[in-house]
Design a protein around this ligand. Structure first.
Ligand SMILES: Cc1cc2nc3c(=O)[nH]c(=O)nc-3n(C[C@H](O)[C@H](O)[C@H](O)COP(=O)(O)OP(=O)(O)OC[C@H]3O[C@@H](n4cnc5c(N)ncnc54)[C@H](O)[C@@H]3O)c2cc1C
Length: 403
């Protein structure tokens, strides 16, 4: 018998969001076609932090085990002052943390996470994966979607999800609000083998040195074989750009006043990759008929809460639930998904900017930050994280859970 579940959903973009959307749909028995512009499905070489909220989604997707096998579970989140090197605050990620949020906090190589998702997609007979196909146009007519590639190929489906990231083409079709906004912050990232990190700096923690207009992050990856290094500073030199090789002279100049550990770690790296950070203000509407957006395409955020990918995964689970709830009426399902998600993702977008101010504070703001964070107990700190990592109770609308 023909059912709405016989018709595929098109997913533009095979990043963390797009692949997770395919898996979430497949778990509900819905077939999909993922279309990726890059020559192969892959992620960049850098680390990513995973909050307990995303593990709640991984449980729904049956992914906790393969992801945990490749992750590091740090002992603490620690903030040092980047000038004095003094400890400002520490949040133990111990039993108390796990029992409060029911899931752990983890660190993982992006390629490892992406490979787990890709492997699961390849195992599913409901998911088709095409690389080297860039979508340039989308049309909806007679209850179906056609997506056209740069080379003239057409894909047809019952609905389409734009999971095509920060520079989303689908967003321009659905929302049409131009380019994302550069934050004036530059990120340099590198991953080094553990042997290259001086022993005294090796620790099973997620560490941040926060200072005026700069911060530096260090954490272990791949069960401790590697370390992820991230340096962020304010600069107006670059308008936009993504994943290019940076100018280490500027990097070292911006960190010249930082404490010895930060400078020693910066000196370890010969080749950095640079990102110009961008986001957008939150919006309420990111659907048009049977077309919707997910992940960075819908709600790009600065990385200061380490939640962009986590939000994309939450989106994916919510969207698949709504498709089933609305019995395959994708226009209704996408509106319900958007309604369930925009306040939460908007809050994370806004709070990520606030955390950026915290990390880069100087003068009185920095003194206040150090005193306020330094005087918190672990319980105070966890209470402040409830809105993000806990079960979503606060933003419940009409008695339904907001993802
Ligand atoms: C420095 C930094 C650190 C971060 N740290 C964290 C962290 O610790 N934790 C966290 O959760 N998040 C973090 N993030 C955010 C996270 O990286 C993103 O939010 C996440 O990768 C978004 O996933 P996505 O699938 O929506 O988009 P993307 O990962 O950008 O994937 C989009 C995909 O779509 C493809 N594509 C684009 N256009 C087309 C087209 N026209 N046709 C076909 N394919 C197309 C692209 O090639 C790409 O593969 C960080 C971000 C940065 C910059």
């Amino acid at each position: 018998m023909r059912s709405w579940k016989n018709e595929q959903v098109l997913i533009v973009g095979g990043g963390i969001g797009g692949l997770t959307a395919a898996l979430a749909l497949a778990r509900q028995g819905i077939p999909s076609q993922v279309i990726e512009q890059a020559a192969a499905f892959k992620e960049i070489g850098a680390g990513i932090q995973l909050g307990p909220n995303v593990f709640r989604m991984f449980e729904r997707l049956g992914l906790i085990e393969p992801i945990s096998a490749l992750a590091v579970f740090p002992n603490n989140l620690i903030m040092f002052d980047s000038i004095t090197g003094d400890e400002v605050t520490r949040i133990p990620l111990d039993e108390a943390f796990r029992s409060k949020f029911h899931y752990p906090y983890a660190l993982i190589h992006r390629a490892d996470l992406h490979n787990v998702l890709l492997d699961q997609c390849r195992k599913s007979n409901l998911i088709k994966l095409d690389a080297a196909q860039k979508i340039v146009d989308v049309n909806e007519s007679n209850g179906a979607i056609t997506a056209k590639t740069e080379s003239g190929k057409d894909y047809r489906g019952a609905a389409l999800i734009g999971a095509d990231g920060l520079w989303s083409t689908i967003r321009q079709i659905v929302v049409g609000d131009g380019k994302p906004k550069p934050a004036g912050h530059i990120t340099y990232r590198a991953v080094l083998p553990t042997v290259e990190i001086p022993e005294r700096y090796r620790r099973r923690d997620m560490v941040i040195w926060a200072g005026e207009k700069v911060h530096f992050v260090l954490y272990p990856l791949r069960t401790g074989e590697l370390y992820n290094l991230v340096a962020v500073f304010h600069s107006n030199r670059y308008e936009e750009g993504w994943d290019s090789y940076g100018d280490p002279a500027e990097l070292h100049e911006r960190f010249a006043q930082t404490c010895a550990p930060v400078r020693a770690l910066l000196a370890k790296i010969e080749s950095w990759r640079m990102w110009v950070l961008c986001d957008r203000p939150p919006i309420k509407e990111w659907c048009r008929g049977r077309i919707t957006l997910l992940g960075d395409a819908a709600h790009p955020m600065l990385q200061y809460l380490a939640q962009g990918a986590c939000m994309a995964v939450e989106d994916a689970v919510c969207l698949a639930d709504k498709a089933v709830e609305m019995n395959g009426d994708y226009a209704k399902a996408f509106r319900a998904y958007q309604q369930a998600r925009y306040l939460r993702t908007g809050r994370v977008q806004i709070m990520a900017r606030v955390y950026g101010e915290f990390y880069h504070a100087g003068g009185v703001a920095k003194e206040l930050r150090n005193i306020m964070l330094g005087s918190r107990t672990p319980d105070d700190a966890m209470a402040g994280m409830e809105w993000l990592y806990g079960e979503q109770k606060e933003l419940t609308q009409g008695g339904r859970r907001v993802y």
